[in-house]
Structures are given as C-alpha cells and as structure tokens.
Design a protein around this ligand. Structure first.
Ligand code: ASP
Length: 565
C-alpha cells in the first residue's frame, strides 16, 4: 500500500473517532464543562444567594490557561422564547463539581477562595453553581455558554493526543539540521554564486507573484459569493459570544508582532547559533547560504571536510524522516481526531458558506495557477504532479503546518519528482517560510467576509490595500497552525475593519487551516519544480514514492546529481 493511502486511511479513522467519540460527539452524554478561562464564569456557592459568589476574579490572568473539567451534578431550567416564538426549557444554573486542586491552592495564598468554597481540603471537589448564558439562534433553539461536552470524549482525545504530538515533534526535530545541512551542501556543490543569485531572484519573484494572485482570487471569490450575507444575526451573536476572548488575545498578539518589513530586515542573524537554536528559518537559510558560498571560495579542497560532514548529517536526517513516516498514519489519525473532536461540526454549519468560499478559492488557485505553472515550466501532467506530492499535501493537511511538512516536501521533490538536492534544499525551505498562498488567499476572503457581516463597504482601493498587506503579511506568517489569524488582525486594521470580527471566523479556523496549509505546500512544490526545470533539470514523476519505513537501502536521497539531466 502506498504511504499516502495509509495516511488517508489514518485521516478518515481520525475524523470518525473525532466525530463519534470526541468531546463534542452527539452520541455521548454531555456531562462536563471544559473551562479554559475561569474569569469568564459566574460561579456561586448557592444558586439562589447573590452574595455567595466565589471570587475567581482574584485569579484573573494567572488562571487563564488552566483547563478544568467540571462534572455536572444537576441543572436548573427556565422557560424562554426562541427566535421562532417557541417556548423552550433552557438551563439557567448548573451545579458542578469543582476541584480545589494543588495549583489552585498555590495561587490562593490568602485562602480567600478556599474560604469561599467552604474550606475544602486540597484535592477535594466542592459543588458550586455555574451561571449558564443562552442566546437565541436564528433557526430556533438556543446557544449555550459554556457548552457542556462529553467526559468520555475528553478522555479519548487526551488519550490519542500524545501520538499526534510525538509525530509533529519528530517532524519538527529534523527541520533545522535538515535545512541547514542540505542548503550548505547544495550551495557548496553548486559552486557558482551567479547561478545561486539567479535562482534566488526567480524563486522569490515567482513566490511573490503567486501570492498576489492568490489574494486577488480570494477577494474575487469573496465578492462574488458574499459569504457575509449568509450569516444569521443570531449566529453572529453566538460566534462573537463564544470567541470574543480568543479574538481579543489574537488582536493583542498582532499589536506586539513585528511589522512585515521588520521580519524581512531581520533576515541577517546577529548570532547564527541563536538562529539555529530558535529555529528562525529565514536567518538559518541566510547563514547556510553565506557559509556555503564561503566554503566554495576557500582554497581548493580546504572546504571538503565540512561539506562531507554536513552531507552525512543530511543523509542521517533523511533516514530519520523515513522512520517518522512509518508512524505517519497513526500520527495523522491522532491529530485529525483531536481537531475534529475539539471543534465539533456545529460551528461549521453556521459558517458553511464562508468555509465553502475559502475552499473554492483554494481549489481555483491550486488547480489553475499551480496547474499552469507546472504545465508551462515542467511539462509534467498536472494530475501526476499532484499524485507525486500527495504525501506532503496530506501531512500539511493533518498537521496544519507547512514548516512541519518541510522534510516530507523535500523528500517528495527529490524522490518523487527528481528535483536535484541543491534546488530542492534552496527553494523549499524558502517557500515554507515566505510563500503562503493559501494563507494569503484566506486573509483576503476573511477580510471581505468580516466587512460584509459588519456591513462595511470596501472600495477598490481598500481591496488593493488588502492585496498588498496580505501579500506582505503572508511572508511574515510562520508555518505553524493558526499563525495567520494574528496576521489577519493586521490586515483588518489596515482596511479599517474591527478586529472583533476575528471572533466570527475562529470557530472554523482550524479546519480551514488544514486546507490552506496544503495549498501553501503545493505552491512551494510547484515553484520548486518550475525552478528545477528553469535550471535545466528534467522534472518527471518517478514511480517510486516516499516509502513508509526505515528500510531504505541506498534510498537516502543524497544522490545530488541523480536527477539532473
Ligand atoms: N498553518 C499555516 C501553515 O503552516 C499558516 C497559517 O495560515 O496559519 O502553512
């Protein structure tokens, strides 16, 4: 069985587990509250006594990231009329078991909370009453905050999550040594600085052009589909109620983020060891390039030991990726189960048209723009090209990270498409860092969508501004899950759209992140194939695809010249 078939099966299994056995499953009893921000709760010791409030607000700030699972004991209901005029019984106060655990006790040095909770021992659970807020939904019924989830589902995702984390971390572990060593070896064996300059110029040029086209496609699709017109007033209220806190913190992060220009200017590392240690890819690429060039300029033969050392290191990294790919189907299953289980499918339906607009835009960009690049530059049939890079697309889809996918992308380029090592190791790491077409397109759709919901008219000039900002912002977006949300905050501010609107899209962000990360990686690989063809290489789909196990005799991908015709 091909590796991508196994990964695909892993994804399907993960999605099924997430939907049926995850915290938001409608097949399991919703018996606990999963609370991430205690300060957002209104808690009393006695539902009927207003003076029995537990002073969690004291812990504001320190408690924010402490996730708690509160088992439900009983609920009190009240009758409320929904948007369709029907009287419905909705919960108003819920009795939950709240653990006074060690961490809470440490954060409560004056024992104010302990006293308010009736002096429980550390580790003991106390019953408290939680205020439940309800908002009417346009289609009838009510949305509830916080929303109860399944305790069993929480256990299932807690159980599978480590497998996904191990897989992600093992991929990430190889990135810095792989990029550094392969780039250095590639440049040193290229032996021609002019060729490098030419390759660099063309690569960056094509990356920028495809990104600008991507935002434009995003804007056109969003204007035609007008997803903002399909969000019911009640859904807007629901989404803003549910995600307002998260949106605020993302906007705060955007305020602290360096500007896109600062990102570009900081490409020269003051301390290359620091750049390697912190995994600052642009700086790592810059230093590897400089060192590679310097080695070629040394007296003949003097640089060979360094090149030989890094060549072996590169081979060893590729061997590690072979091993990691053996657990890919399990890792992917765990990651997908976690995402699907946590997010649930209910927000997806509220934002269905918006999500469709994003996916349509991504498909147009992936099919037309990359199809044309591949066809024009390489003559490889587009579908065969897509088949050859499928392992990378699937890993990007399930990890939502183009950085974590980089090692797999490099393997696909070299082993499945026959791109030479110097070209792959230069163009791909650069792409994983600066080329984010899916992200840029997404920023365009998101900006127009939020403007539509808030009924803000965007002029042509505003939209051109969005193209420029989103193109630059996508360069500064890290290839990690959810990175573009912070950048969208920047794009929104530039276009004069309130950043509160982020709350509207956060619920489906992770799903759409999967799709846009796949497109990001597809774009990197399409440009890599085009650049290889420009360098006179024959890009062709090889029958052999990335193998799933560590048993790879002579298949280390280090054969630099094997694919150069
Ligand atoms: N997750 C994306 C990537 O890694 C970045 C983003 O759009 O958030 O490519």
């Amino acid at each position: 069985m091909q590796v991508y078939t196994k990964i695909l099966i892993g994804m399907v299994v993960g999605a099924v587990v997430g939907i049926f056995l995850g915290p938001n499953s409608s097949f399991l009893p919703a018996d606990i509250y999963r609370v991430e921000a205690l300060e957002s709760l209104h808690v009393r010791m006695d539902a009927d006594r207003e003076d029995s409030v537990v002073p969690f607000d004291r812990l504001l700030g320190v408690t924010r990231h402490r996730v708690r699972q509160l088992s439900i004991v009983q609920s009190r209901y009240e009758m409320k009329e929904d948007a369709l005029g029907k009287k419905i019984k909705v919960p108003s106060w819920v009795e939950v078991l709240f653990p006074y655990d060690q961490k809470l006790s440490l954060r409560d040095p004056d024992k104010i909370i302990k006293k308010a909770m009736g002096n429980p021992d550390v580790g003991q659970s106390v019953s408290v009453w939680l205020r439940v807020r309800t908002e009417p939904l346009s289609e009838g019924g009510f949305a509830q905050f916080p929303r109860p989830v399944s305790g069993i589902g929480e256990h299932v995702v807690t159980f599978v999550r480590p497998v996904g984390t191990i897989f992600m971390s093992m991929l990430k572990m190889t990135i810095v040594p792989l990029v550094f060593s392969s780039l250095l070896v590639g440049v040193a064996s290229l032996g021609d600085v002019r060729r490098l300059g030419r390759l660099g110029g063309r690569t960056l040029g094509l990356y920028m052009v495809t990104t600008a086209i991507a935002v434009s496609i995003g804007l056109i699709v969003a204007n035609i589909v007008s997803p903002g017109n399909y969000v019911a007033e009640a859904d807007r209220v629901f989404l803003q109620g549910q995600y307002a806190g998260a949106a605020g913190s993302k906007a705060g992060m955007a305020a602290d983020a360096p500007s896109p220009m600062d990102n570009i200017l900081s490409i020269i590392p003051e301390n290359p060891i620091d750049a390697l240690a912190s995994g600052n890819m642009l700086q790592v690429i810059f230093f590897a390039l400089m060192l590679g060039i310097a080695i070629t300029l040394l007296e003949k033969g003097k640089g060979s030991p360094i090149v030989a050392f890094f060549d072996r290191l590169q081979n060893a990294m590729i061997m590690i990726i072979h091993m990691v790919m053996a657990i890919a189907p399990f890792g992917v299953a765990a990651l997908v189960a976690d995402v699907v289980g946590q997010s649930g499918v209910s927000v997806l339906s509220a934002l269905l048209v918006y999500s469709l607009a994003v996916v349509i835009g991504l498909l147009i960009h992936g099919g037309l723009v990359y199809g044309m690049i591949v066809k024009l530059f390489t003559k490889v049939p587009v579908l065969r090209f897509m088949g050859a890079i499928r392992p990378a697309q699937l890993i990007a889809f399930s990890t939502s990270s183009s950085s974590a996918t980089l090692p797999v992308s490099m393997k696909c380029a070299e082993e499945n498409l026959g791109v030479s090592n110097p070209v792959a190791s230069f163009v791909l790491p650069l792409g994983a860092t600066v080329n984010m077409d899916g992200t840029a397109l997404y920023q365009g759709v998101a900006a127009v969508f939020i403007a539509q919901v808030f009924q803000i008219d965007l002029s042509v000039m505003d939209q051109l501004g969005i193209v420029a900002t989103a193109t630059l912002a996508s360069i500064g977006t890290a290839g990690v899950p959810g990175a573009s949300i912070v950048m969208i905050a920047l794009v929104l501010t530039t276009a004069g759209i309130p950043t509160d609107g982020l709350a509207l899209i956060l619920g489906v962000d992770r799903f759409l992140d999967m799709a846009r990360s796949s497109i990001n990686v597809t774009g990197d690989l399409a440009v890599t194939a085009a650049m290889a063809a420009q360098e006179g290489e024959t890009v062709q789909v090889r029958e052999k695809t990335v193998v799933p196990s560590g048993s790879s005799e002579g298949d280390s991908g280090s054969d630099v010249d094997s694919s150069v015709s």
